[in-house]
Design a protein around this ligand. Structure first.
Ligand code: ATP
Length: 205
């Protein structure tokens, strides 16, 4: 059975943290491809136009033979729920063992996602530890175990593993803030993405 990983996110904009996570996933699990899926209408976030986020994703990933970008969410108006994305992708790619790449902050909220219990069992979770409030790797592991237990209490069993990435402090919100305060984002995003942001005057107030 073919193994594929989905990396869903707002990608507003895509940054080096995202790329490092995806590259690590490729080396840690035998997935043939990573499908990057920008969220059309993310449930809890406001973002710049989908077309800009999609274009930046394409620019940042185009040279990697195992990265694919999917605009599958444009076919489904309304809030973009992850479970619907997985169902739609499963209709496109058949007989797949799915993995889902996710940051620790987002994974913690999985039990409360729309049809989260169902989604939790439909794929293996590859969790990127995230340096937000000073968590160590050991603390990240116990947070994941807590989520696993929370789901088990709802009779849901999940498969997950932590990705062995160095903790990366970069975030899209941090990048947007740097732009708004006229600071450099060089080396936080790829050079084509940085040029795209400047050319389209994105994230300026
Ligand atoms: P924002 O700062 O706007 O909330 P973000 O940097 O979290 O954005 P998203 O596009 O929302 O970027 O992230 C997609 C996925 O990647 C999420 O699951 C998120 O947790 C994860 N992620 C993003 N940056 C990191 C990072 N530096 N380390 C670990 N996980 C990350």
């Amino acid at each position: 059975m073919q193994q594929l990983a989905i990396f869903g996110g707002t990608f507003d904009p895509i940054h080096w943290g995202h790329l490092l996570i995806a590259e690590t996933a490729l080396h840690q699990v035998p997935v043939e491809q990573i499908i990057w899926v920008p969220s059309l209408n993310p449930p809890h976030k406001q973002a710049v136009a989908f077309e800009h986020r999609l274009e930046m994703l394409k620019l940042a990933t185009k040279d990697h033979p195992k990265f694919t970008v999917s605009a599958i969410e444009v076919n489904r108006p309304g809030t973009s729920y992850a479970i619907n994305t997985l169902i739609d992708l499963s209709a496109t790619y058949s007989h797949i063992h799915w993995y889902w790449i996710i940051g620790l902050d987002a994974f913690q909220t999985l039990p409360r996602w729309y049809r989260g219990q169902e989604l939790a069992q439909m794929c293996d979770w590859l969790i990127a530890p995230r340096f937000l409030s000073g968590e160590t790797i050991a603390q990240s592991e116990s947070i994941c175990k807590r989520v696993e237990q929370e789901l088990r209490n709802q009779s849901v069993s999940i498969r997950w593993q932590l990705l062995h990435i160095p903790l990366v402090g970069v975030s899209s919100s941090n990048i947007r803030q740097l732009i708004q305060t006229n600071q450099s984002i060089r080396y936080l995003v790829t050079e084509p993405v940085r040029i795209y942001i400047t050319a389209h005057n994105l994230y300026r107030k």
